[in-house]
Design a protein around this ligand. Structure first.
Ligand code: PLZ
Length: 451
């Protein structure tokens, strides 16, 4: 089954929601406003919200708010609900598991779901070498564990991350994350022995992949030395940093250097993984075989689960009991993950991401041809973005903010990103229909025209 024309009907779960943009109040409506006031009085203000609307239902390509507005979802809760919200396979698997048992702690009395997810990830991640997997809860927790494993296995301690990289909000992952505001400012000191190398950013640096890799390798050799370096961690397509697709050849050259120097090459596929880019993992577009792959978000249809999968000899380096956590690989989350992986397969969602990507690229390229403020259209599959610039080609965060706000008010959930806050990213659920997607992009076009 190849799903190029429309979203698979099988992904429309629950009481199927009308697949339409429908505004019955201003955004936010009165119900959302009163709930926001309640939220402000109860929830720590450091926990920000992008849109002041409260969700009550979601499915296919829409989110319905407390006032009955139906919004087009171009964000998937930050690349999580790739199979859509409440995919029937996921719902059934979760209900069935909740009835059987909710928790035992895998490290106390194990259960099949955890092992089955490990087997599936060992099979699905790039490379046919012998692999092992460990499960955790959040992307940041999995990143932390990948670094722990790399340090234990190499006996070295330094770690390199890249300009514009994002890896989480815990102490070690804040150190790995590049951008200070809002992620790091005021929260230091940060974990030591973390270094930053220059990224390949074709729109801004104009370098070939080989030249950008040479620059990054030079930095690593001069500022750290391979003999101290345990791991390189990199997103094959950077997410929060601006949907930056490195120049061709950059990632393979880094991987080759890491392999030659006993440096663990870690691909952070938390945002780019699971069919999102038109491949199960973004690493596949350049034939990468990472030593370790970090996964989360799209892995479990919205339930919290993350994973590290990698070479058996590296994964097995830490002593028994060295890895764990109370909830890691929770049975409900692993049941959801198995159903989610089944949905990717049965609904041919890698092909669906490619088809959605073609629509997005065509529409955005047309827009770019008549609007010079769209400096760059980039991404792969259903992970696409536009970078907005001013007349001098400088990042235009103010315009980006106005365009996003306009979309939100018009009933389209779009997310921004980028170190300079000047990128609008599209991460639709793969359960969205073509027409709804086109309508959502049309609203972005209107927002640009009005601003
Ligand atoms: N690695 C590549 O994209 C999470 C962050 C949202 P957690 N990205 C969304 C926010 O503002 O906190 C992410 C990522 C990459 C790691 C992470 C971290 O994943 O599940 O949020 O911890």
């Amino acid at each position: 089954m190849t799903l190029t024309a429309a979203a698979p009907a099988a992904l429309l779960g629950g009481p199927a929601l009308p697949q339409e943009r429908r505004l019955v109040t201003a955004i936010p409506g009165p119900e959302s406003q009163s709930r926001m006031a309640r939220k402000d009085a109860a929830v720590a203000s450091g926990v920000g919200t992008m849109m002041p609307v409260f969700a009550v239902a979601a499915g296919g390509g829409v989110i319905v708010d407390a006032d009955g507005n139906s919004l087009i979802d171009l964000g998937s809760g930050i690349a999580v609900t790739t199979v859509g919200n409440s995919d029937p396979l996921v719902v059934d698997a979760v209900i069935e598991q909740v009835r059987r048992f909710t928790h035992t702690c895998f490290t106390i009395t194990p259960y099949d779901g955890y092992v089955e997810v490990a087997e599936a990830l060992n099979r699905l991640t790039p490379g046919d070498h012998d692999k092992r997997t460990a499960l955790f809860n959040s992307g940041a927790e999995a990143v932390e564990n990948a670094i722990k494993i790399a340090r234990h296995s190499t006996g070295k301690s330094a770690v390199v991350a890249f300009d514009h990289g994002y890896h989480g909000r815990t102490n070690l992952t804040m150190a790995l994350t590049a951008k200070a505001m809002p992620y790091k400012a005021g929260f230091g000191p940060f974990a030591p022995d973390v270094y930053r190398a220059p990224m390949s950013y074709p729109f801004r640096d104009g370098l070939s992949g080989a030249a950008a890799a040479e620059r990054a390798i030079h930095t690593m050799e001069r500022q750290i030395g391979a003999d101290r370096l345990a791991a390189i961690i990199i997103e094959p397509i950077q997410g929060e940093g601006g949907f930056i697709v490195p120049a061709e050849g950059f990632l393979p050259a880094l991987q080759a250097w890491a392999n030659e120097n006993d440096v663990v090459f870690i691909a952070d596929e938390v945002q780019s993984g699971f069919a999102r880019t038109g491949a199960m993992f973004a690493s596949e577009h350049e034939g990468l075989v990472p030593d370790l792959v970090v996964m989360a978000k799209g892995i479990a249809g919205g339930l919290p689960l993350s994973a590290v999968t990698g070479r058996a000899e590296i994964m097995d380096a830490p002593h028994a009991g060295g890895l764990g956590g109370t909830y890691g690989g929770n049975p409900i989350a692993t049941a959801a993950a198995l159903a989610t992986l089944r949905s990717y397969d049965e609904n041919d969602l890698v092909a669906r991401a490619t088809a959605l990507g073609a629509i997005i690229r065509d529409e955005l390229t047309l827009l770019q041809a008549r609007d010079a403020r769209i400096g760059d259209v980039r991404g792969r599959g259903a992970m696409m973005a536009i970078e907005l610039v001013d007349a001098e080609g400088r990042p235009d965060a103010a315009l980006t903010g106005r365009v996003a706000k306009h979309c939100h008010t018009a009933g389209v959930v779009v997310l921004t990103c980028g170190t300079d806050g000047n990128v609008i990213r599209l991460l639709p659920p793969l359960s969205i229909g073509d027409e709804l997607l086109r309508e959502g992009i049309g609203v972005i076009a209107e927002a640009l025209a009005a601003n």
